[in-house]
Design a binder for this molecule. Sequence first.
Ligand code: COA
Ligand code: ZN
Length: 223
Amino acid sequence: MAGVALAGRTGEVLAGAGDVRELLTRAERDRADALRSAADRDDFLAAHALVRLCAGELLGRPAQGLTVVQSCGRCDRPHGRPRLDGVAGVGVSLAHARGWVAAAAAHGPVGVDIEADDGRTPLDRRLAARACGPAELAELEAAADPRRTFLRQWVRKESLVKVGECTLDEVCRLDLPVHRPGPVRRGAWRLTDWSAAEAVGCVAAREQVRLRTVSGGRRHRTR
Ligand SMILES: CC(C)(COP(=O)(O)OP(=O)(O)OC[C@H]1O[C@@H](n2cnc3c(N)ncnc32)[C@H](O)[C@@H]1OP(=O)(O)O)[C@@H](O)C(=O)NCCC(=O)NCCS
Ligand SMILES: [Zn+2]
C-alpha cells in the first residue's frame, strides 16, 4: 500500500474527527493548552488528530490506539519530529498553517508541509533569495505568478527538511525544478504537490503518497 496523506481546512478536519483531544497524549494536550490563540490551538489539535487518521488508515488500525511521540534531539521538551510509539518502520509528519493542516504516514520517512495562500501577500523577494538557488530564482521571476510559484517551492523544500534531507538554513541548496510535468524527484525522494485555491502543500517520501483533500465535515473513523 502507498503512503497516506491528507490536507484540508482546520475547521473541516475538526468537524470530521470527533473528540480530537481524546486522541492526543497528555503532552500534546498541554502543548495545545499553552497556545494563546484559539486559532493556533485549533490548527495544532487538527494536525495532531489528522496524523493519527493517516497512520490509522495506513496500518488498518483505529486512530484511537496510536500514540504520537516527539523529540527534537536537542532538549527534553515533547516537540520536534513526530513518530509513532511502538510502530517500527512507519514514518509520520504533520504541518499547520493559519487555518490549514496536513499530515502523512508512510512505510519509511515522510515529510509534509502546507502553507496558506491569501492571494494578496506579495512575494517576499529577500526570503526567496535566501531559500532558492540561482536557477530557481530565474525560473521564479519568469513565472506567470511568482508569488504562488515561490510558495510551491517553499512547501516542497520544507517537506524535504522534514525527512531530514537538509536543515531550514540549507534549503537554497535544494535547487528543485520549478516547472516540470510529473512528480518532482530529489535523490530517492519523490515530491507530490497538492493545491487548493487558498493553500499549497507537498509531501516527500520514498514511496508513492497522494495528498488527498479532507472533504467537508466527513466523519473519519477514529475507533
Ligand atoms: C521542521 C520545521 C522546519 C517546521 O516548522 P514550521 O514551518 O514552523 O511548521 P509546520 O507547521 O510546517 O510543521 C510543524 C511540525 O513539524 C514537526 N516537526 C518539528 N520539527 C521537525 C523536524 N526536525 N523534522 C520533522 N518534523 C518536525 C512537528 O510535528 C511540528 O508540529 P508541532 O509543533 O505541532 O508538533 C521547524 O520546526 C524546524 O526547523 N525545526 C528544527 C529546529 C529545531 O530542531 N529546534 C529545536 C528546538 S530545541
Ligand atoms: Zn527542543
